[in-house]
Design a protein around this ligand. Structure first.
Ligand code: AMP
Length: 601
């Protein structure tokens, strides 16, 4: 139920002050807080098989100062990848209730979306995971409300979705982290005590069918159109897909509002029942929305959000990293409504909070929260630096020795390493970040890319970020036309000689073939990695290929992932794939193909 009136608002504001004060104190002494955090993690899990293996069974944590323990821990426990920990996690999934990774048995496992490297991974999930989620949401909301005050008792049009929870062979509850959070006591507390309320009832969030849920989210958004204070989702992709769907659904939605009925496409009984309870005929609202939509349609749906939700103060979602390609479309729908970047985290742990909501997505940095995990940072250098303290890796980075949070340098890029309360020790997350500065003693990070090298044929090495830049350059030429890029992915074809890059585009609108040929040439020339440039010049890499896929191809890809257990809320289009199912979807849907000619970087 809505918390209404002044007393609730005062309580919320006091809550905002408390959480900000807590965070500012932690940030002030971030280095010391990190040592204490590690101390707490080790102390509470010292009896686990994993820590006993590396730290021995006789360690007396209380005899060591936090700084001494930090030094012992980082010298005795090795860096680990998910593959190193997988055998332990598998045992837990199969029902081994002994203290494998944590002292307290793990009873839930999260499925990280895996769409960035193609394979879902199990990660332990504990009460701490949902508590820290609630805490970071509250902290971020407190900073946002300083610059974007919102009305107590208002609504949030939130495109959020949980997928099904299921049992592993050993009887543990498994599902995505967002799904576990939506089912947690913490989420329930947030819904009960928050200043603003999600438009949709819980049955819509938890329905498990993203298309039906999207329809109902939109329906509730329209019913509460004057009360919506902001529009949100976990990743920006969900807002874009929902509003794109709206372009085709608005007439049906208006009919439902007019009649107080619900489309026969909404078939899930629990959701149907819950939605119908809120509906009653409202012809005047339906006519108003219809008039708005006629007007919006003629302007290509530009400024849809402020038109339909006139009191929306901002749009809040993860908009960085692999979400950046959707910004153009999001801005198109947003008009003048500001975009506010949501926090930085992963299924494994939350990492940083956005303290400056006014910064546009291109400039946002995330301040590390030093109590959530123990963070280390592996310095990454682009090939040039090689001495005894560095290690050459299979991608184009050279690694230095990991450093603690307080020793990072501004302007340097790092891979993040996590030691968590959920039993991951010195775990390489695979994300590359750059240190943009410090807030008090806590580093502020910009997200660069996933560490994993994505496009390579021979000596060339291109990351997700390199691909993104090339696609931005190529698709920039579409601005001359009425068409727009909907989504993209890529594949390095090494099955044919010479190997070459294939970039798949889905576009909306008509484009002349000459323009697409130019886009293809532009992308080929935009990869500046020397390995690529040299290989292209010597023809050991063939001309880049642009394949245009038919409308709806990327929706099919998303549905393939969702069918395999990914929650819509966590879905990210893989930017490069070797997955045979995806490749066959892409190949079946290819309608045109162009090869770059006249290579001129
Ligand atoms: P998952 O655990 O499947 O939800 O995905 C977590 C991954 O999403 C992280 O490791 C990042 O690569 C990416 N991610 C999460 N938050 C952000 C953010 N704010 N900006 C950029 N990428 C993000």
């Amino acid at each position: 139920m809505p918390v209404e009136g002044a007393p609730a608002m005062a309580a919320e504001d006091a809550g905002d002050r408390d959480i900000v004060e807590w965070f500012e104190a932690a940030a002030e002494t971030a280095g010391a807080v990190q040592s204490q955090t590690l101390h707490r993690i080790v102390e509470s899990n010292l009896g686990s098989e994993y820590l006993r293996r590396w730290l021995g069974g006789d360690l007396r944590v209380h005899d060591l100062s936090p700084a001494e323990l930090e030094s012992l821990f980082t010298s005795a426990v090795p860096l680990a990848s998910h593959a190193d920990l997988e055998p332990y996690i598998q045992r837990i999934a199969h029902g081994d209730a002994s203290p494998v990774l944590t002292q307290q048995p793990i009873t839930m496992l999260s499925l990280s979306s895996g769409t960035t490297d193609g394979r879902p991974k199990y990660v332990p999930f504990t009460r701490f995971s949902s508590q820290s989620t609630l805490q970071i949401f509250r902290l971020a909301a407190a900073y946002r409300s300083r610059v974007f005050p919102i009305r107590s008792g208002g609504r949030i049009l939130e495109f959020i979705y949980s997928s099904k929870q299921f049992q592993t062979k050993g009887g543990l509850m498994a599902g995505t982290a967002t799904t576990h959070y939506f089912a947690s006591q913490e989420f329930e507390t947030k819904q009960r005590t928050t200043k603003c309320f999600t438009c949709s009832p819980f049955e819509v969030i938890s329905a498990g069918d993203y298309k039906q849920s999207t329809y109902c989210h939109l329906l509730f958004g329209l019913l509460f159109h004057n009360e919506v204070e902001f529009v949100a989702s976990t990743f920006a992709y969900s807002i874009v897909q929902a509003l794109t769907a709206f372009e085709d659904l608005w007439e049906e939605l208006c009919e439902d509002i007019r009649q107080g009925t619900l489309s026969s496409n909404i078939t899930l009984p629990t959701m149907r029942k819950a939605v119908l309870e809120h509906l009653m005929p409202n012809p005047s609202l339906a006519s108003k929305i219809e008039r708005d939509c006629e007007e919006l349609r003629s302007s290509g749906w530009c400024g849809l959000i402020p038109h339909l939700w006139p009191n929306a103060k901002y749009i809040y979602s993860i908009m960085t990293g692999s979400m950046q390609p959707y910004l153009r479309k999001l801005r198109h729908y947003a008009g003048e409504v500001p975009l506010v970047c949501a926090e930085y985290g992963s299924t494994e742990s939350w990492i940083g909070v956005n303290l400056e909501p006014l910064n546009p997505p291109e400039r946002v940095a995330f301040t590390v929260i030093p109590t959530f995990s123990y963070f280390e940072f592996i310095p990454l250098y682009k090939q040039q630096k090689q001495d005894s303290s560095t290690l050459v890796t299979p991608d184009d980075f050279v690694e230095g020795q990991p450093v603690p949070l307080c020793k990072v340098s501004v302007g340097q890029q790092y891979e993040i390493v996590l030691t968590t309360f959920t039993g991951l020790y010195r775990y390489r997350l695979g994300d590359v970040v750059e240190v943009a500065g410090f807030y008090k003693g806590a580093p502020q990070l910009t997200f660069v890319c996933r560490r994993k090298l994505i496009l390579t044929v021979n000596i060339d090495k291109n990351t997700e970020r390199d691909l993104q830049l090339a696609v931005e350059k190529g698709s920039g030429l579409l601005s001359r036309t009425k068409a727009e890029l909907v989504d993209f992915t890529s594949h390095a074809d090494v099955a044919h000689h010479p190997g070459h890059y294939i970039i798949y585009w889905e576009i909306k609108g008509e484009v002349e073939e000459g323009v697409l040929r130019e886009c293809c040439r532009e992308m080929d020339a935009a990869f500046v990695d020397q390995g690529y440039v040299v290989s292209r010049k010597t023809s050991s890499i063939g001309p880049l290929e642009l394949r245009i896929v038919e409308t709806g191809t990327f929706r099919k890809i998303m549905e393939h992932f969702i069918g395999n257990g990914t929650a819509m809320s966590q879905f990210k289009t893989p930017r490069c794939t070797t997955n045979q199912v995806l490749l066959s979807i892409l190949d079946c849907c290819t309608v045109k193909s162009f090869r770059s000619t006249a290579y001129a970087p």
